[in-house]
Design a protein around this ligand. Sequence first.
Ligand SMILES: O=C(O)CCC(=O)C(=O)O
Ligand SMILES: [Fe+2]
Length: 153
Amino acid sequence: MSAMRYFPATEEENNGLSAHEDGNCITFVIQDGVGGLEVLKDGDWVPAEPVDGSIIVNIGDVIQVLSNKKLKSPMHRVVRKQPVHRHSFAFFFNIHGDKWIEPLPEFTTKIGESPRYRGFVFNEYMQMRMRAKIHPPSRPEDVVHNNITHYAI
Ligand SMILES: O=C(O)CCC(=O)C(=O)O
Ligand SMILES: [Fe+2]
């Protein structure tokens, strides 16, 4: 569980959390009434408006692969607002690093669909994401936001 505090946006800058897809299985987010969480839908950033007493359920890359992309891991980001602080809690449900991830038969052979991803060990994927974060490409246009496409067939 992460507890996050986002400082108010400034005149120059309002990035709270850059665009990303969650790499884990599933994430539960509780946000306060400030708003700022946005989801990319058909090329537009759509605000996930705060709803009192609700929990946001976010599908992660692992579920996207297991379901052979039937369930999508959405691109999302947080923008900061003025002049308020924003608070959120995120619970990242995960699997053990040594687990093998590949599209399940229920979403492939059993329904006559080809797998859209090749299999991988979960740790390998986590390490790839970490490398992309700490050694980002020098050109901004080369930054990969949805690393899971690395395993796409
Ligand atoms: O703070 C939020 O509302 C979302 C946080 C988030 O997307 C993340 O930690 O992966
Ligand atoms: Fe996220």
